[in-house]
Design a protein around this ligand. Structure first.
Ligand code: C2E
Ligand code: CA
Ligand code: CA
Length: 284
């Protein structure tokens, strides 16, 4: 039994090492993958809850890996953060997304959606952030007001003085700042007063409590209601993430969220999918 036990540990160790090796390989191939255009961006609409019109889109990166196939961001964003690769990958996503937004700006004018791009903690601390964003806006000709940057609560709360100054500069340039996944971390709404934030995105996990009967868990409902009211008092708009059913969309509208995002409206997809929605009659 002792020997068996020992073998089990040996096996366990080997498995762990194998997955560590795989992770290491994955991160080591990222720079070449970026050069070889293995990354691409899907777009998911943000939809007004009172009229169901597309007001914005979120850019979501994917990796088309030659051996492993399609990898979602949960497989590689963490790794990219660890190695620092996220800075160049993030810059690539931003450029891609702004190019796409500019195409829609040209085609749809005032009906064009704004572009929302995720910003990793490490990017928010990158001293070149402001100049990178300015350069990409300049290069693509996208209006700064058509760009939104999403940061998680923990990113924004842990942000030291200098990165905060960068966010303020971006906001002064006209770029919108959103708090992503609100409610999943340590939340401090009072703190928002001192931050250049325009939008708050309520994490999809809050949507779980809404059933087909539209009855939201009363505690959840009061928490969301309070968050929405305080956000409005601070001049922020509120987006409900992870909306999967009509009941959830209706309930979130009743609670006061302006915008929804989720499978009920559209899954993330190629730019053509968004274009189809933008071309559809908008008065339904
Ligand atoms: P996120 O920013 O919260 O993005 C929303 C995620 O929810 C996306 O997952 C989206 O596909 C998924 N989602 C949308 N609607 C629904 C729904 O109705 N139900 C459910 N269950 N899920 C829904 P995805 O694309 O796998 O992205 C995961 C995370 O990876 C993102 O979460 C974001 O934190 C990160 N990420 C994606 N792209 C980038 C990027 O370019 N840069 C950085 N730094 N992070 C990124
Ligand atoms: Ca996001
Ligand atoms: Ca989110």
């Amino acid at each position: 039994a002792k020997a068996e036990g020992k073998n089990q540990w040996a096996l366990f160790d080997t498995e762990r090492n194998a997955s560590e090796v795989a992770q290491f390989r994955l991160s080591a191939t990222m720079p070449a993958a970026l050069e070889h255009n293995e990354f691409y961006v899907d777009y998911q609409p943000l939809v007004g809850l009172d009229h169901y019109r597309v007001s914005g889109v979120e850019a979501l990166v994917r990796w088309w890996h030659p051996e492993l196939g399609r990898l979602g961001p949960d497989r590689f964003i963490g790794l990219a953060e660890e190695t620092g690769m996220i800075v160049s990958l993030g810059r690539w996503v931003l450029r891609q997304a702004c190019k796409q937004a500019r195409l829609w700006q040209d085609e749809f004018g005032s009906a064009a959606p704004f572009m929302s791009v995720n910003l990793a903690v490490r990017q928010s601390r990158d001293p070149n952030l402001v100049s990178d964003v300015a350069e990409i806006l300049d290069e693509t000709g996208l209006e700064p007001g058509m760009l939104q940057l999403e940061l998680t609560e923990s990113a924004i709360m842990s942000t030291a003085d200098e990165p905060l100054e960068a966010l303020r500069t971006l906001a002064r340039m006209g770029v919108r700042i959103a708090i992503d996944d609100f409610g999943t971390g340590y939340s401090n709404l009072a703190y928002l007063r001192h931050l250049p934030v325009h939008e708050l995105k309520i994490a999809g996990s809050f949507m779980e409590g809404v059933g087909e009967d539209q009855n939201l868990d009363p505690v959840d409902a009061r928490i969301i209601g309070t968050v929405v009211d305080l956000s409005h008092a601070l001049g922020l708009t509120v987006t409900a993430e992870g909306v999967e059913t009509r009941a959830q969309a209706t309930r979130m509208r009743e609670i006061g969220c302006e915008t929804g995002q989720g499978w009920f409206f559209a899954k993330p997809g190629p730019p053509e999918d968004v274009r189809t929605l933008l071309e559809a009659p908008q008065d339904a």
